[in-house]
Ligand binder design. Structure first.
Ligand SMILES: [Zn+2]
Ligand SMILES: [Zn+2]
Length: 464
């Protein structure tokens, strides 16, 4: 029985690649070679998509005979097709002595039969090493001295390279040649934007033409979120590659638009005068509490996005009043007002910020899943604000990991059960039964009751 060939996204991260012997990551594309064995039945062997060993003459196979190709996304299919053609065109080409010599210029002149044999053996090993190195370095040939960009970064030392990587918010780990490769890739193709699964993690180039998220530390839960989002490298977002100087300039601009100043700028001079006049109308013997009540009233008039809950708003205003006390034991209510303005901003500014956040949420790899991912993402953000129960952190992390998996899915999700049940063909990593139920709720109602509830609480200022 001849072997049959298939391609799929790895169902687990347990199998090792026949060629490079490295583990194949879960969800990574891989080839499956199935052969029938009299004793053991069907035997399966796996290879990374870029590690395909195309069989020798007579045992070759056509791409059209590969099972599972139709289940892949167009870009995955393209990756598989390219890897197939690459492997096929490289197969059966036996290197002649001359080729080996050409490929390795360092081979010494042949002296006698013995030394020639030795030289051939050595150079053969070298050629193989070179090829595997090239693959690992992500199509960037660091030996290409005539490439100005390669030459530029190769000249730098590790700390200079890290300055560039830091300026572009890229990973800093790895060997010096990893750092050079990352810089060359960034300058040629643009810097890699944060992971579009979790929206935060730094992406890593893998040797298989994919990018993989390296996770991130989530401030809202005080934990790492081990996002493992993977996508073909062509799908990764790219931004302008910056020099360390350009990055510093950009950061300055950002700090200048700090929250308080930006908020103050949303009020006109005449508005600020009105505020001043309102505070002057307070009687001489007004207590701090009277002042706080006035501050709440003025904040509302100026359309500040203070909590709707009167008690909460008053409590926060009281803090602002107390903090505004100067050396003469007097309260500077304009200082207190700017304090409130810096914290809450105007309702208009808050709306604009919320809209921007919504628009900045990454798109799912399969566009149809974007709404599901964004609603569950919003749920995670709101649950982190609500902090209900003893294990809210764990719940928030679980939701965030599910969001990454949903954004990474390459097919349209039509059933929550289908992507959450353990034995389902379409099971997504990190999507459990509870997330499955939420997906079904979104699919049938277009919304999530819990999100509506938390949104209302948030608007009332319950989490302030
Ligand atoms: Zn491999
Ligand atoms: Zn991620």
């Amino acid at each position: 029985m001849p072997a049959t060939w298939g391609v799929e996204k790895a169902k687990s991260g347990r199998a090792a690649c026949k060629k490079c012997k490295e583990k194949i990551q879960k969800d990574e594309l891989r080839w499956i070679k199935s052969t029938e064995n009299e004793k053991f039945g069907i035997m399966k062997a796996y290879q990374h998509i870029g590690c395909l060993m195309y069989p020798k003459r007579g045992e070759g196979f056509e791409l059209s005979d590969v099972e599972g190709l139709d289940d892949l996304s167009p870009s995955e299919r393209k990756t598989a097709k390219e890897a197939y053609e690459d492997a096929k065109s490289n197969t059966g080409k036996k290197r002649t002595k001359a080729d080996v010599k050409k490929e390795d210029g360092d081979v010494k002149e042949e002296k006698g039969k013995k030394s020639s044999k030795k030289a051939k053996k050595e150079s053969g090993v070298k050629v193989e090493k070179k090829e595997s190195k090239k693959r690992q370095k992500f199509g960037i040939d660091l030996e290409e001295e005539s490439d100005d960009v390669v030459a530029k970064y190769k000249k730098m030392n590790v700390s200079e390279l890290k300055d560039y990587l830091r300026a572009n918010k890229q990973l800093l780990k790895g060997t010096k040649s990893d750092l050079v490769t990352r810089c060359v890739d960034g300058e040629k193709n643009g810097r890699l934007l944060p992971c579009s699964g979790c929206g935060h993690g730094k992406l890593e180039l893998t040797e298989h033409n994919t990018v993989q998220c390296s996770g991130y530390f989530d401030e809202s839960v005080g934990q790492r979120v081990n996002c493992r989002f993977t996508a073909p490298v062509e799908e990764a977002g790219r931004g302008k590659w910056l020099t360390p100087e350009e990055a510093e300039e950009e950061n300055k601009d950002k700090s200048a638009s700090a929250k308080g100043e930006a908020a103050a700028a949303t009020l006109s001079k005449s508005d600020l005068k009105k505020v001043e006049a309102a505070f002057k109308s307070l009687p001489e013997d007004a207590t701090p509490r009277d002042k706080a009540i006035k501050l709440v009233k003025v904040s509302k008039q100026m359309d500040l996005a203070i909590p709707d809950d009167e008690a909460k708003a008053l409590q926060r205003a009281g803090q602002a009043v107390m903090a505004s006390q100067n050396d003469d034991d007097d309260y500077d209510l304009m200082v207190a007002f700017k304090d409130m303005l810096g914290e809450f901003g105007t309702a208009a500014a808050a709306k604009a910020a919320a809209k921007a956040e919504e628009e900045n949420r990454p798109k799912a790899r399969c566009e149809d899943n974007t709404k599901i991912a964004n609603l569950i993402d919003e749920l995670a953000v709101l649950e982190a604000k609500a902090k209900e129960g003893t294990d809210w952190e764990r719940k928030v992390v679980a939701l965030k990991l599910a969001v990454s998996a949903i954004r990474g899915a390459t097919f349209k999700i039509t059933s929550g059960k289908e992507v959450s049940k353990a034995n389902s063909k379409k099971k997504l990593t990190n999507v459990g039964a509870r997330t499955g139920e939420k997906i079904d709720e979104i699919l049938s109602t277009g919304s999530l009751e819990r999100v509506e509830e938390l949104r209302a609480m948030d608007e009332r200022g319950d989490f302030a």
